[in-house]
Design a protein around this ligand. Structure first.
Ligand code: M6R
Length: 345
C-alpha cells in the first residue's frame, strides 16, 4: 500500500524517521532511575566477551548492505579498538580469503536470502570464526543504526570512551527528527534532478565517515535512474579521477563537518581550479566556507554526531536518485534487470 505516495521508493525514503525509531526502540536506553545511557542487544549478550577478545572483526555483505557496514566501520573500530576489515561476500569466496578462529564475522543482509552472503557465512563458520548477523529492518539507514548500536555494545563500558558513547547514544536519539528535517530537501533535490536529467554520468566524492555515502549514493543513481555514477574516495582524487574533471561532468562532493572537513575544502578548491561543475553537500550554515573561489550549487543538511552523519547525508542522494528516475521515465519500483533479493551466485 503506497498510501499518499506515488511510488514505493518514495514511501520508503520518507518513512525513514519512523523506521529508525522502530530500530532503536527497546534497544537504546536513556534515563531511568540510574540515568544510564546504554544499549541492549539481546541476541548478542552471550557473545560479547568472545567478540571483545577477537583478533579482528570482518564485515561481510553485498551492495547496499556492504555500504552500510562500511559507514559503521569507523565507530566500531573507535569504540572496540579491534581492527575491522571489509569483505564483499563474492570476493571473499572468489579468493577463499583467510578467516580465522579468532575472527568475528558480522554478516550484513537486509533480506537474509542473498546467496553470496549465505555462502560466505558457511565459509566463515567452516573456518571457525564466531559469526553474528545484523538483522535490520528494510533500509540502509536502519542498518547503519543497528551497527552503531553493535559498536556501542562491543565497546562496553570503558571509562575512557564513556563521553563519546553517551554522545553517540544522544546522537542516535536525535536522528529521527534530523531525518525529518533533511527530508524537507525534497523539492530542492527535484530541482537538481531536472538539471541533471540528460547527463551521462555523475561522480560522488566522499571520505571518512562519508566514503560509504558516496558509494551508496552512486549505487542508487545507477540502480534506479539508470545513469552511470561512481562513488569515489576523495583521498584518491589525485591518483586518477582528477583527469575526468571538466566544465561539463557533474560532481557531487560531500563536505559536512567532521575531522576530514578541511581536506574536503581543499578537494573542492582543486576541483574549482579545474572548472569542475560542483554540487556540494555541507552542514547548515557552511555554504560560504565550502564554496570559496568558484561557483557551485550547495545542499545544506542538518549536523549529526560525526559517525551518524551518513544516516542524514544519504537522504538527499536517495531523493535525487528517485526524482532522476521518475523524470527520466524509468520504473522506480522495478529497476531494470534487478531481482528483489539475489538468491543465485
Ligand atoms: O538482502 P541483502 O542486504 O543481502 O542484499 C544485498 C544486495 O543485493 C542489496 O543490498 C542491493 O545492493 C540493493 N537492492 C540495492 O539497493
Amino acid at each position: 500500500n503506497k498510501g499518499k505516495y506515488e511510488h514505493y521508493m518514495q514511501k520508503e525514503i520518507h518513512e525513514q524517521p519512523e523506521s529508525l525509531t522502530t530500530t532503536m526502540r527497546g534497544r537504546l536506553i536513556r534515563g531511568g532511575s540510574c540515568k544510564a545511557k546504554t544499549v541492549l542487544l539481546g541476541g548478542l549478550k552471550d557473545h560479547l566477551k568472545t567478540i571483545r577478545r577477537s583478533r579482528r572483526i570482518v564485515f561481510i555483505g553485498c551492495g547496499t548492505s556492504y555500504n552500510a557496514a562500511l559507514a559503521a566501520r569507523p565507530i566500531l573500530e573507535e569504540l572496540s579498538g579491534i581492527p575491522v576489515t571489509m569483505e564483499i561476500a563474492s570476493d571473499l569466496l572468489d579468493r577463499q580469503g583467510p578467516i580465522y578462529r579468532e575472527d568475528t564475522a558480522v554478516l550484513v543482509s537486509q533480506s537474509g536470502e542473498t546467496a553470496d552472503t549465505l555462502n560466505a557465512l558457511e565459509y566463515a563458520l567452516e573456518n571457525g570464526a564466531l559469526c553474528v548477523g545484523v538483522a535490520s529492518t528494510k533500509a540502509y539507514t536502519s542498518q547503519i543504526v543497528v551497527m552503531a548500536m553493535l559498536a556501542l555494545a562491543i565497546g562496553g563500558d570503558l571509562i575512557s570512551s564513556q563521553e563519546r558513547r553517551e554522545a553517540v547514544i544522544d546522537g542516535l536519539f536525535d536522528l529521527p527528527s534530523k531525518l525529518k528535517e533533511v527530508l524537507k530537501l525534497d523539492q530542492e533535490m527535484k530541482d537538481l534532478a531536472k538539471l541533471l536529467i540528460a547527463e551521462q554520468s555523475l561522480l560522488v566524492f566522499g571520505r571518512g565517515y562519508n566514503y560509504a555515502t558516496a558509494l551508496e549514493g552512486a549505487l542508487k543513481v545507477k540502480e534506479v535512474a539508470l545513469m552511470h555514477s561512481e562513488g569515489i574516495l576523495a583521498g584518491e582524487m589525485k591518483h586518477g579521477p582528477l583527469a575526468l574533471v571538466d566544465e561539463t561532468l557533474p560532481i557531487f562532493v560531500i563536505a559536512t563537518r567532521d575531522a576530514c572537513f578541511s581536506k574536503q575544502q581543499s578537494v573542492i578548491q582543486q576541483l574549482h581550479a579545474r572548472k569542475g561543475r560542483l554540487i556540494v553537500m555541507c552542514t547548515k550554515g557552511d555554504a560560504a566556507s565550502v564554496c570559496v573561489g568558484g561557483s557551485c550549487r550547495v545542499i545544506e543538511v542538518p549536523q549529526a554526531e560525526d559517525c551518524l552523519q551518513p544516516v542524514i547525508n544519504i537522504v538527499p542522494l536517495q531523493l535525487l536518485a528517485y526524482h532522476l528516475t521518475v523524470l527520466r521515465g524509468h520504473n522506480v519500483d522495478q529497476p531494470r534487470n534487478l531481482a528483489k533479493s539475489v538468491t543465485t551466485q
